[in-house]
Design a protein around this ligand. Sequence first.
Ligand code: DAT
Ligand code: MG
Length: 150
Amino acid sequence: MSERTLVLVKPDGVQRGLIGQVLSRLEARGLKLIGLKLMQMDDALATQHYAEHTEKPFFPGLRAFITSGPLVAAAFEGEKVVQIVRNTMGATNPVDAAPGSIRADFGVDLGRNVIHGSDSPESGEREIALFFDDAELLSWSRDTEPWIRE
Ligand code: DAT
Ligand code: MG
């Protein structure tokens, strides 16, 4: 079953010039990109996107950070993409993230962990709808597909 996931290169990743390296890892792994944009979140979008966290003590800081500058939003599609992205990202806290994962290799702080990835296929659908219009999502067939998935 194909699923979709939302990836954000957060404002720390953009400020630090890591957009290409972060997306490159996902692209090189074999994930199929179906949507991509540079944008800035406002408070309303941050509150919707992080709906599960709005009552947490860290939310005001998280909202200030995620709206503080441009970010890159990307949508990927394919079997098990949610889990593949989560594993490629590493644990939420870069201190605990496995070496080789994006959060370990590019960060040291929970509040500056460079990348977001949806936590379930349902979250993927919900979050992609917040960031992309249908017309911004491309359905395309990749010529290299047989070399990436059996
Ligand atoms: P993830 O981004 O791995 O899905 P999450 O959904 O639990 O993690 O939290 C969203 C973001 O909020 C996370 O990437 C970093 C920040 N965050 C989470 N827990 C935090 C905490 N206890 N203190 C400060 N920031 C936190
Ligand atoms: Mg989460």
